[in-house]
Design a binder for this molecule. Structure first.
Ligand code: BQF
Length: 278
């Protein structure tokens, strides 16, 4: 059994980005990311911190906008408009989730598609859907890199994705399809879920329920990718997969922490570096 080391692979990617950013700097091109956080959700604050740290490592200038919880949608949209028009900003990131009084869709739509480093804008999603180059959602793009760099073949394999969010499940299925996998998407209304997941050669768990996936969902030799991230009462992190229960029947598995999470950050950095030429 192989434990897929997301930390090491994300480090490789960040090193590649650092080299590219340095080369761009030689040509007089700077890369800068605007990071917007509304409110002070503790998890979001940690994620934004991870992103700023990765920017510092790769040589990307990060400009931070930490706005109070009471920020209105108009104020946020007006900040995005300013950033869209600034030539010294290549990427705009709005940390999700947003406070309830702000409509996420309006905010995502307001970001210029040229600066959409999260890959959430309908134009980016459309490009992915028809197979044109564009910004890719960071978590699914990171999972593809994890598999490729671990020499796990996707072509012809049955890949089962549990979860259908716009950020993970849907783009994940499209990216696996692009790699010539046979893809099934399951979700909360799927009947006989285990019957389907037991057919998976590669299982991507993005359910949002701590340790839901135990060995009864799996077939021997499966590759398991755990997208979940939950903080337990003992303050430890765990995923959607019961790692200890399933690990001996997997051919490869991602841990939590240190699996998919660091890849999300690395791919955001890659999108920022690519934003200069895309
Ligand atoms: C690790 C995220 C749910 C909802 C919104 C490294 C991160 C997490 C874990 C991280 C995530 C999850 C991010 C590890 C960013 C991934 O070592 O295992 C990094 O910072 N993430 C986010 O920005 O928004 C989320 C999960």
């Amino acid at each position: 059994m192989q434990i897929i080391d997301g930390k090491a692979i994300s480090q490789q990617i960040k090193d590649e980005v650092r080299d590219k950013v340095a080369a761009l700097k030689e040509q007089g091109k700077e890369v800068a990311l605007a990071v917007i956080l509304v409110g002070n959700d503790p998890a979001s604050t940690v994620y934004v911190g991870n992103k700023k740290k990765a920017c510092a490592y790769t040589g990307i200038r990060s400009e931070s906008f930490e706005l109070p919880e009471e920020t209105t949608q108009e104020e946020l949209l007006s900040l995005i408009d300013d950033l869209n028009n600034r030539e010294d900003i290549q990427g705009i990131l709005v940390q999700l989730p947003l406070p309830k009084h702000i409509d996420e869709k309006s905010v995502i739509n307001a970001i210029s598609p040229d600066k959409d480093v999260d890959g959430f804008h309908p134009q980016s999603v459309g490009r992915l859907t028809i197979g044109e180059p564009g910004f890719l959602s960071c978590t699914p793009a990171g999972i593809i890199q994890l598999l490729k760099r671990s020499n796990i073949e996707m072509e012809g394999k049955h890949c089962v994705v549990i979860g259908r969010s716009n950020i993970v499940g849907k783009p994940m299925a499209l990216l696996m399809l692009r790699e010539n996998a046979t893809v099934t998407i399951c979700h909360s209304r799927t009947k006989d879920l285990k019957e389907i997941t037991k057919q998976a050669d590669i299982l991507i768990a993005a359910v949002g329920k701590p340790k839901m996936i135990d060995r009864s969902y799996l077939k021997e030799g499966v590759v398991v990718i755990d997208v979940g991230i939950h903080r337990m009462e003992d303050k430890k992190l765990c995923g959607d997969v019961d790692f200890e229960d399933v690990k001996d029947m997997c051919s490869a598995i991602t841990p939590v922490p240190g699996g998919v999470g660091p890849m999300t950050i690395a791919m955001l950095m890659k999108n920022c570096a690519d934003s200069v030429s895309l």
